[in-house]
Write a protein that binds this ligand. Sequence first.
Ligand code: BGC
Length: 741
Amino acid sequence: MKGMKFAAALLCGMSALAAAPLVAQAEPPGAKPWMDAKLSAEKRADLILAHMSLDEKVALLHGPMGMSFGPGPLPDGAIGSAGYIPGNARLGIPALQESDASLGVANPMLVRGADDMSTALPSSLALAATFDPQIAYDGGKMVGTEARAKTINVQLAGGVNLARDPRGGRNFEYAGEDPLLAGTMAGESIRGIQSNGIISTVKHYALNGQEHNRMTADSVIGQDAARESDLLAFQIAIEKGKPGSVMCSYNLINGVYGCQNDWTLNQVLKKDWGYKGFVMSDWGAVHEVGAFTAGLDQQSGEQLDKQVWFDKPLKEGVAAGTIPTARVDDAARRVLTAMFTAGLFDRTDTKQPIDFDAHAQVAQREEEGAIVLLENRGVLPIAAGAKKIAVIGGNADAGVPSGTGSSQVSNPYRKPGTPLRSVALGGEGMMAAFSSVVFHPSAPLTALRERFKNAHVSFDNGIYPEAAAAAARDADVAVVFVYQPSGEGEDAPSTSLPFGQDALIDAVAAANPNTVVVLETGNAVDMPWAGKVGAIVQAWYGGQKGGEAIARVLTGEVNPSGRLPITWQRDVSQLPRPVVPGTGAAPDARVKVDYTIEGPDVGYRWFARQRMSPQYWFGHGLSYTSFGYQGLSVTGRKTVTASVTVTNTGAKAGKDVVQLYLTGKPGSDERRLIGFEKVALAPGESRKVSFTADPRLLAEFDTGKNGWVIAPGDYTVGIGTDAGTIKLSGSAKLSAQTLKP
Ligand code: BGC
């Protein structure tokens, strides 16, 4: 009886709420004052909200995947992509067509047809290795242009989780281990995407540092440590990129799911940072309607959750008074404001042609700036007069590998009818369908053959070390391509190269001292052979023009200028967690990922704190020329400002990344990147570079005061060629300060 009464009351309440929309002021029938593009986005959102029923508001707060798994139609109105939020014809609200990701516009399972191709950028980790914010912006702009040309208006991009583990399956989608570098590069990429009048996300908020048990892993960390590391990367990316949306993550944070975490969503993001955009969930990351009051605004990919929480249960919550209507308005306002800001109400998108040739150049420039020369014992660049070059392994006859999962540009641009090589990895679970390494059709072998027309450039697939060694033996130089698949849903179980490639390198290096190893990996891999080879080049996942870019670096047409955005361990014993948490656990087991071990000291900061020497420090990268620094001048009171003159002291034009590190603050040693700038210099040319440090990078986060605290005293800084090698030092005296969170 009681239950029936409750149900009846609920129904009454709901129908009342779903009744005619409230019209705030008298207007001619059919008028849509929010269509006035001269008004601010906020004003327009308020105007339209006043005309919306509860049902109409709630319809903006959830949506299905924009594709169907297997046979079956697409959701009505969806063009075929990762996510879809239907529009509203009565009010003129356009639908949201949401596609992955940061490296290009995905077309998973060819859902939009085999002729829908996209330009594939190098991995985001490669982008970070450029240390060049302009390249990040240009790449983002390119991706956004293609999205818009395909009538996609939300790009699920902006991966900025810090690389806390070199086995992390998605590190290739992120921008490295340092908050300043990662936040800057992701932010610029987002800014570029949104310059096309579309919305970008930043993701996956937050502390989504591993793929192993990604739905149930619990990232445990102090709030102060999180603010100084992963959250700071998001904060910087949001400030620079102003993304319309933040995608919250699958994992738990200190025991609470990322998409229902009041601390990260309501307190930090919305209150402390004043974020005005909307929070969308990752696909299948919503566990209860309570996520809504904890700060999640939109449930995405709703078929993947146990329920469409943000529909009926949400309306029931409103009727029962457990969910304030003001919160519904707030969530809908956030979605609408982002849409108005992007201009989505002011146009009708239609398919446009894409200038793939121009876009391929963007991808190539990015890779050329990203390749890191790790070692060179006089073997590179390859002499123009080389007569015999042995190219070995890595599918270098087909292209360059890419990371797997939702970010993969599965259908990269190529001449129609040209087949792609892809290596299926197999496996179990939902992500298995996405687990094929696609080799983007830019073959290093072809690019090298074009450059050495008078030489014999042979190819051996590298499957048998003996055959590869025989091919290498009498060559002028042997170039061994080795790769590591990595991708969404799975971490690498170790930091070793797979497929017996260490043995391949050993055999080739024993046969020919002029062996160049080209790594194409999503992470730092162990190099037991590092001392035996002539040169090592890190080419990451090279994107649409990877082969061309690699060949240009190997020949010296391009002087390598990439720097490591991650510290390179010697082996797993140096890591905060020698074993990936949850190894061996059931897939749905709750797994504690203890980030209190390193706390805010991610990557090079961990190595510096432990006084360990890695294989290569963050920031390391060689050149075919050399650089010198003079005249470091450091001043400060509220923050550190510094200037230094960098000179190209060698014989070739090249680019240096001038890196400024904090090395000490009152009472403690420190190591933190506080400024970087990439400069192009002709031989003998000098340039003065100036920095003003973001004071948060000098401060500590005080949870009691809820702010950044700078202790008074001396702050020492240095110009380093990497995080472990400081060339010039100076110091400044700062006054005590507390800055807002
Ligand atoms: C990934 C997100 C992606 C979404 C939509 C999820 O599995 O974690 O990065 O944007 O799928 O494809």
